[in-house]
Design a protein around this ligand. Structure first.
Ligand SMILES: [Zn+2]
Length: 387
């Protein structure tokens, strides 16, 4: 089918499990009809809205932070994500020198200009850094020499190079002047996320008052040891204004922490892959320009070669994280899926936030469940099947 034609997809609704017929025309869902009363035809696949990933550094060998970034890399990454059910995403540029950030931002903008699939799928750039904590621990793998206090003029230059595409910026509000920077971002329509932070609870609250709306991979990019209370984790958990992003790959956060974030944040709980370029690749030993020698285990854990307990990034696609939440009964399938779909779409103001409803874009995933695992059978972007 093409975007102009009509089609009816049949599958089990991801929230109810009921068999539904979803009519699609001109890229939009026209109707969703429950036909579970009519005779069943065996094991139908599941049907859900496309996944939305706010933090993607790469996958299948494509790397947003291997410079110089080429627009073709962005296009290839977009197609790989589409095949995995991700119909909207934020390519993520991490802390680097100013010219490097400008170059990467410009390459993503060029991809959006020149490639209709990238234009339709890229919901904006996530700039993670460089205005984050300089401290070991909270800083994570971000290079210390490029970390610094918020600089609006530098940000404006990067936004210009990005042709206005920067949509999320991760900052730590521990720097003086953070509140003013956050206010300016919020006024210009950029979502500010608190992350890689050693901020005090007061600084977290000030950032929220200034307009921060999100926490970047809450519970990771943090000190190994914290005062029991108060601390920046409790403060972000308790801030109802903040959406909370979490990496649910079974390695970054224990199930109890995931459960607490899910319960505290409700419809503001968001799954992010935070995937690096090894995501989707076969298990084995690899070399990374940031993490050095790393190992990807068959279970999907990516660790520093000599230190199995030291994570070297996330390598689990968003779909598998949805499956993780559902299989651990941390959330029902519908809620788990919405954490990777409707909730981030709502934050970004995308029409995909409506989910599997008439009037929403026909960004759809037909998938099967096999025990605890999920597999995409086919992704539809704007009503078109993705090859
Ligand atoms: Zn990070």
């Amino acid at each position: 089918m093409n975007a102009e034609s009509c089609a009816v997809l049949r599958g089990r609704h991801y929230r109810t499990g009921n068999v539904v017929e979803v009519a699609v025309a001109e890229g939009v869902i026209r109707s969703v009809i429950d036909v579970s009363a009519s005779p069943s035809e065996g094991n139908l696949p599941w049907l859900a809205p496309g996944l939305v990933d706010l933090q993607v550094n790469g996958c299948y060998g494509w790397d947003m932070n291997a410079l110089p970034l080429r627009p073709e890399t962005v296009s290839e990454l977009t197609r790989a994500l589409l095949r995995d059910g991700v119909t909207a995403y934020c390519p993520t540029i991490i802390t680097n020198g100013s010219p490097a950030i400008e170059q990467a931002a410009g390459a993503i903008a060029a991809a959006v200009r020149g490639d209709s699939a990238a234009a339709a799928s890229i919901a904006g750039i996530h700039l993670e850094g460089p205005f984050i904590s300089p401290e070991d621990g909270p800083r994570g793998a971000h290079p210390r020499e490029h970390v610094g206090p918020p600089d609006w003029e530098a940000f404006r230059r990067w936004q210009e190079a990005a042709e206005g595409l920067i949509r999320i910026v991760t900052v730590s509000p521990e720097w003086p002047g953070s509140a003013a920077f956050i206010s300016r971002c919020a006024e210009s329509g950029v979502l500010v996320s608190i992350g890689h932070t050693a901020a005090s609870p007061e600084q977290i609250r000030e950032a929220v008052s200034a307009g921060a709306v999100l926490s970047t991979h809450l519970g990771n990019g943090a000190h190994l040891t914290l005062p029991r209370h108060p601390n920046y984790l409790w403060e972000q958990l308790a801030a109802d204004e903040l959406h909370g992003c979490m990496i649910a790959d079974g390695f970054h956060l224990p199930p109890a922490v995931l459960k607490v974030i899910l319960r505290m944040k409700g419809k503001k709980a968001i799954l992010v892959s935070d995937a690096v370029s090894f995501c989707g690749m076969p298990p084995g030993a690899y070399r990374h320009h940031i993490g050095g020698d790393v190992v990807l285990t068959p279970e999907g854990k990516l660790h520093v070669a000599d230190h199995p307990n030291l994570l070297a990034g996330s390598a689990m696609p968003l779909l598998e994280q949805v499956a993780y939440l559902a299989s651990r009964e941390l959330a029902g399938l519908g809620e788990a899926w919405d954490c990777g779909s409707a909730h981030p779409a709502e934050l970004l103001g995308l029409p995909q936030a409506a989910g599997l409803e008439a009037g929403a874009p026909a960004d759809l995933v037909l998938f099967e469940r096999n025990g605890n695992a999920m597999h995409v059978l086919i992704t539809y972007k704007g009503g078109c099947p993705v090859a």
